[in-house]
Design a protein around this ligand. Structure first.
Ligand code: FAD
Length: 477
């Protein structure tokens, strides 16, 4: 079946609202699709001259994939490109510390099974995706609804004009673009924080960085030892091997399409928070001399990495941004522009997708131009309280197996969440809370968790003092 044969989803009646999306990454493309479906008129600008094909992989949860059921092409393509992962812990001799374990969601009640079924054929397991393939899938779907990303458009300044009920951006060539609503989906370091928070958000290095790549599995498939050592699980699923030792965490994963590896290490000369700045394999061996003692097959996986495919992505903390909208509500941030997640938390893409779904639904419920500020501010309120999850990556270089941390990724409160349904059910309550100050208790959190504003300083200090750092509640619940 060709991609052209797929039916498009039912589009809601037009609302006559124009939206300018800045950034054609994961959150921006999903926002374009969902806003189109909810009856808004969308254009997307992107600073890169052409589609970016860099990156390796990320985890996408059912909370976001559930939305693909409304999109016949996304639903089919997603099934083709996704893979489910088992996990095994190893030491740096390559010896197994724990047997491969299937990463299944915890089901607490019978009704959980119905939720799996709703997700239509996707097993209740951890799903991984190649970022380039996932991005291409979203962009292909967008082209099918007739929207083309406008490449080579770099926004340098956001502005709003409440009297005229418009907002816009200025591009680096001086051109100005305006719309009824501007969605800042321009990722880490977005210029939009100047207008939402009133200042740039300070970045602070964790002192840790990740060498990371994924390249064609064909490159290693002719090496029998690599194939044997990075074998599949009994049911044919790929196994992600987590190798741990003092000061380092490495991952290896071979699947049908790709060989991926990463090493989390102390920052080195080539480390930077960039998805495009490649480093060389020689840099890896130079900065981690311990690798001389690793088994030859593991070293070969690293040596076989194609030139220009290897990144050394520095992990950087930014304090949470409690406000994602401009004061008039005509500019709203989504994805990394609103909340930067450490890429080691396995959650950034997912949260960007959920933001897109939630924002589109809120605008649909608001239903008219004059209510855009209500919609963006309610969206902010509904989504903000999940934020701590992505930053809850306390022991990046913790030297022991951390099954508890992985189980948190599979907790019922995370995978059961449906951002569209949540917006539908709680929009009016959240709006009342905004207008009248009535209490609003989020249920999009670990059971028993009460969200309190926090900063990295406060969390680090609390942990140093041996106090509860505010991670109260049942994170595995
Ligand atoms: C090329 C690339 C590869 C990545 N690979 C991985 C990966 O392998 N694993 C992983 O976990 N995460 C990866 N990420 C990050 C991940 O996609 C995001 O953390 C997450 O999906 C949230 O998506 P986002 O749309 O908010 O941000 P992003 O996906 O980063 O998208 C932001 C987009 O905005 C564009 N942009 C930035 N500034 C401007 C501007 N001024 N004007 C116009 N456009 C602008 C960027 O070029 C980018 O396309 C990658 C990001 C990029 C850009």
């Amino acid at each position: 079946m060709s991609t052209q044969d797929h039916a498009l989803p039912q589009r809601q009646s037009p609302l006559g609202i124009s939206v300018l999306i800045v950034g054609g990454g994961i959150a921006g493309l999903m926002a374009a699709l969902e806003l189109w479906r909810q009856g808004l008129d969308v254009q997307v600008i992107e600073r890169s001259p052409a589609r970016l094909t860099a990156g390796d992989g990320f985890t996408i949860s059912h909370t976001a994939m559930r939305a693909f059921n409304k999109w016949p092409y996304l639903k089919q393509k997603n099934k083709e490109i996704t893979w489910t992962a088992w996990i095994a812990w190893h030491n740096f001799k390559g010896e197994r510390l724990t047997e491969p374990e299937n990463m299944e969601f915890k089901a607490t009640k019978d009704s959980d099974k119905e939720i799996y079924e709703e997700t239509d054929g996707l097993s209740p397991e951890l799903h991984r995706h190649s970022r380039p393939k996932f991005h291409l899938m979203l962009e292909t779907q967008l082209e099918q609804v007739g929207i083309k990303v406008q490449y080579g458009h770099r926004a340098v300044r956001y502005f709003e004009n409440p009297e005229k009920c418009t907002a816009g951006v200025e591009l680096d060539n001086g051109k100005v673009l305006e719309a009824d609503l501007v969605v800042a989906a321009d990722g880490i370091g977005s210029h939009s924080t100047n207008i939402t928070m009133g200042h740039e958000v300070r970045a602070r290095s964790t002192g840790i960085s990740i060498y990371r790549t994924a390249y064609s599995a064909e490159i290693v498939n002719s090496d029998p030892e690599i194939v044997e050592k990075f074998e599949m699980a009994p049911n044919g699923s790929p196994v992600i091997q987590l190798w741990i030792g003092e000061g380092l965490l490495a991952t290896f994963s071979r699947n049908e399409f790709d060989m991926g590896w990463s090493i989390t290490h102390k920052i080195a000369k080539g480390s930077s928070e960039s998805w495009s700045k490649a480093v060389s394999v020689e840099d890896v061996f130079e900065s981690i001399p311990e690798m001389n003692d690793w088994p030859d097959y593991a070293r070969r996986v690293i040596e076989l990495t194609p030139k220009d495919k290897l990144l050394d992505f520095e992990l950087v903390w930014r304090d949470p941004q409690p406000i994602w909208t401009s004061s008039s509500g005509l500019i709203v941030q989504i994805g990394d522009a609103a909340h930067t997640f450490l890429p080691s938390s396995g959650n950034g893409a997912n949260q960007g997708l959920e933001d897109a779904i939630s924002l589109a639904k809120c605008l649909r419920i608001a239903g008219k131009k004059g209510s855009i500020p209500d919609a963006t501010k309610v969206h902010n309120k509904l989504r903000l309280t999940v934020e701590k999850y992505g930053h809850n990556d306390k022991g990046v270089l913790n030297y022991t197996p951390r099954p508890k941390y992985l189980r948190m990724l599979m907790a019922p409160w995370t995978w059961k969440h449906d951002p569209e349904k949540y917006a539908e059910e709680r929009y009016h309550e959240a709006l009342c809370a905004l207008k009248d100050g009535t209490p609003f208790q989020s249920t999009n959190t670990p059971p028993g968790h009460v969200f309190k504003p926090w900063t990295f300083e406060s969390v680090i200090k609390a942990m140093q003092d041996g106090e509860d750092a505010g991670f109260d509640g049942e994170w595995e619940g």
